[in-house]
Design a protein around this ligand. Structure first.
Ligand SMILES: NC(=O)c1ccc[n+]([C@@H]2O[C@H](COP(=O)([O-])OP(=O)(O)OC[C@H]3O[C@@H](n4cnc5c(N)ncnc54)[C@H](OP(=O)(O)O)[C@@H]3O)[C@@H](O)[C@H]2O)c1
Length: 352
């Protein structure tokens, strides 16, 4: 890849019309409307990407329900995560070329370092997202797709993949071989966390509330699986599995903060990612002192972190878990399937 020269504008391959979903007024899936418009020509530094696949995350349900933590603009094209093919570039674009397979960061302007207020605009929120046939994106947001991944697989990386990577590596030194990592539930973040942690050399303990998913978590790389329905005191089970010591790290996605802290070894690290259960019960700070815990909240990740993750994914030929693929015209059915069926793996919508 040539990162030093600039390309002239190239727009010949733009389609004559573009279909995009928008989130309108109303509630639930009725908000999802498909519209056709003329394509936007990429401006300076911009790249037009023919989207081939997008994936749904818990975030998309929150956006649909009007519950997302960050601003969402009216009539937004939803979905932060997608992958596609470059079809046209604007003036001054440095490396992207028609035919390149790319994904985009959820925070297009967050290149590196600390997150800041001016870096918070995000795809499928305050900016139009990827549930469209053609996304025009700043080149700085784009990354090449690891060569072994299909478009549906690559579309799973930007939100939950990068969040899991950040949770496990974003504290400066990351998971050390021989450490024990606890993942909570088997959602998108957790399935990536299981795969990353195992390949980083950790012993992995995973929780799930589903008996069918126990074996699949083992096949994915979990050394031990604790069913939180069979063991409501699952933190006790986790301590038993570690000889009473506790785990070095937790990736907390479930809304089970107190039990996750109670699973930690002394001086352990808790990556606070979210709460699928919606439980945000306050935590007694003395509990944190009792294990000298470090708690770090995670906000997806930067372009630099995404590039590091992609290199790791390529090195280990890691394959994301895809549950089911829907065609573009059935986007509403994809949302519904994701919301209702408690899938194992990502729900993907293919475009074109
Ligand atoms: N901070 C960030 O940057 C960031 C980024 C991405 C996601 N998030 C947040 O992280 C969370 C996970 O996101 P996701 O996209 O991975 O979600 P997801 O794929 O929708 O996760 C669904 C899974 O959560 C598990 N689950 C549901 N209720 C549970 C409970 N009471 N206890 C334990 N597990 C439970 C279930 O697994 P089992 O069937 O195995 O029990 C279910 O399959 C969400 O809160 C999301 O908003 C935050």
């Amino acid at each position: 890849m040539n990162t030093t020269t600039t390309a002239p504008a190239a727009t010949a391959a733009l389609p004559s019309t573009v279909r995009s979903y928008h989130l309108g007024e109303g509630s639930g899936l009725d908000r999802l409307t498909l519209r056709t418009a003329a394509p936007r020509t990429p401006g300076p530094g911009e790249v037009a990407v023919a989207v081939r696949a997008v994936s749904l995350s818990f975030r998309e349900l929150l956006v649909l329900r009007g519950q997302y933590v960050l601003p969402v603009k009216p009539d937004v094209v939803p979905v932060s995560d997608g992958a596609g093919e470059v079809v046209a570039v604007g003036p001054g674009v440095r490396w992207a070329r028609p035919g390149d397979r790319v994904t985009a960061t959820l925070f297009p302007h967050w290149r590196d370092g600390r997150l800041a207020a001016d870096l918070l605009p995000q795809l499928g929120g305050s900016l139009d997202g990827m549930l469209t046939e053609l996304a025009v994106l700043p080149e700085e947001a784009l990354l090449p797709v690891p060569a072994h991944l299909s478009y549906p697989e690559a579309a799973t990386l930007p939100c939950v993949g990068l969040t899991a990577w950040n949770a496990l590596t974003g504290d400066g030194h990351g998971v050390r071989p021989g450490e024990t990592v606890l993942t909570t539930g088997s959602g998108g973040v957790s399935l990536f966390a299981v795969q990353f942690a195992r390949r980083l050399g950790a012993r992995v303990i995973a929780t799930t509330g589903s008996r069918e998913k126990e074996q699949r978590l083992r096949e994915l790389g979990a050394d031990e699986v604790v069913n939180y329905r069979d063991r409501p005191d699952w933190h006790t089970a986790v301590r038993e599995l570690t000889g009473g010591r506790g785990v070095d790290r937790v990736v907390e996605t479930a809304g089970s903060l107190e039990q996750s802290v109670k699973s930690l070894a002394l001086d352990g690290h808790l990556a606070l990612v979210g709460s699928v259960s919606g439980d945000w019960t306050p935590l007694d700070p003395r509990l944190l002192f009792s294990v000298a815990a470090t708690v770090r909240t995670v906000a997806v990740g930067s372009h630099t972190q995404f590039a590091a993750m992609n290199a790791f994914v390529a090195e280990h030929t890691l394959r994301p878990v895809v549950d089911r693929v829907f065609p573009f015209e059935e986007a509403a059915a994809a949302y519904d399937h994701y919301d209702r069926t408690n899938p194992f793996g990502k729900v993907v919508i293919t475009v074109a």
